[in-house]
Design a protein around this ligand. Structure first.
Ligand code: ATP
Ligand code: MG
Length: 297
């Protein structure tokens, strides 16, 4: 089965420079694919292709790849990371999860904790949540900002539209800097519907093997669904750029979500034209000498 290039599919790509609303993207879109069996087959092919591309990325040693995952609870960040990255060499890939900031983290600017975890050249870095929380959960709960001791922010009345515009600009500046210096920034918003989230929460409650995944706080956050969707929409509009666009991944079908993420990673990596380094003539001469030495032992 032929794999199509989803990175140009406007049902998934949040086109840079356009106004976006989450509700314009369909959480159950499947890009004309049949069903789960097709998706699993394509995912398997993509995972194999990623193994090859990872080797090249490492040998080429000019780029690193940062994968950012953002989503509402139970959209499937963990499962997607697990399945899509399953074949990769652990030496060339690191996953970081960002939760509510610690006291030490609050004592620094909000990008400090993520900047320390950026991938080395030749490697994949995966952010399970990221600095985007600072324009999502923090935008829904501006009172969280008080713990950050920012200049000019004494109460929530100080948190104006202009404040958020500055944050979007700071994020775009960072991503431009990273991109210009060889980090490919791929941003995935796993877009689950409210109905599907409810279904998955209920499964977590009903199935003892899934109870550990459930937190009653998640149901409380769900009450802010509309505010979150507004924050996500504003994030897509402000931070989907030519150099680091957002991909809105339909998340109601887990098989499609995993396939779509792998598809986009592969197509973006292929654009880099990664190649194994070719040795200079003098180095090739040395290889030949080494061959002769070994053979004449
Ligand atoms: P996840 O919810 O990602 O599957 P988890 O359930 O293991 O992981 P939680 O303890 O729920 O982990 O931590 C994630 C929570 O941390 C989310 O509610 C998220 O919004 C919050 N969080 C992350 N970054 C920030 C931030 N910068 N400020 C405030 N809250 C944050
Ligand atoms: Mg959680």
């Amino acid at each position: 089965m032929k794999s199509k290039n989803l990175h140009h599919d406007n049902a998934i790509l949040a086109q840079p420079g356009k106004k976006h609303k989450v509700s314009d993207f369909d959480p159950s879109y499947k890009a004309g694919l049949g069903g789960k069996d097709d998706g699993l087959l394509l995912l398997e092919q993509n995972v194999n292709e990623m193994i090859e591309l990872q080797e090249k990325l490492y040998a080429h040693n000019r780029y690193s790849v940062l994968l950012i995952f953002q989503a509402m609870d139970a959209a499937g960040k963990d499962g997607t990371i697990k399945h899509v990255m399953s074949g990769l060499n652990p030496q060339g890939c690191e996953v970081y999860s960002f939760k509510a900031p610690s006291a030490a983290e609050l004592d620094h600017d909000y990008m400090w904790r993520t900047n320390r975890c950026l991938p080395e050249r030749g490697r994949f870095g995966i952010f399970n949540r990221s600095y985007y929380e600072e324009v999502l959960v923090v935008k829904v709960h501006p009172e969280f900002l008080m713990a950050q001791n920012l200049p000019g922010i004494k109460n929530t009345a100080n948190v104006t539209k202009k404040f958020w515009q500055s944050r979007y600009r700071q994020i775009n500046d960072l991503e431009k800097h990273l991109t210009e210096n060889g980090t490919v920034v791929l941003k995935f918003f796993l877009n689950v519907s409210k109905e599907e989230q409810k279904k998955r929460f209920l499964e977590r409650i009903d199935d003892p093997a899934k109870n550990w995944k459930f937190s009653s706080n998640d149901v409380k956050e769900r009450e802010h669904w509309d505010e979150y969707m507004k924050a996500y929409s504003e994030m897509l509009t402000a931070t989907s750029t030519e150099y680091a666009p957002w991909y809105v991944i339909p998340a109601d079908r887990k098989w499609f979500m995993r396939y779509a993420v792998s598809n986009i990673i592969i197509h973006r990596l292929k654009e880099l034209k990664l190649a194994f380094p070719v040795l200079a003539e003098s180095e090739q001469q040395k290889l030949e000498e080494a061959r002769q030495m070994l053979l004449s032992e």
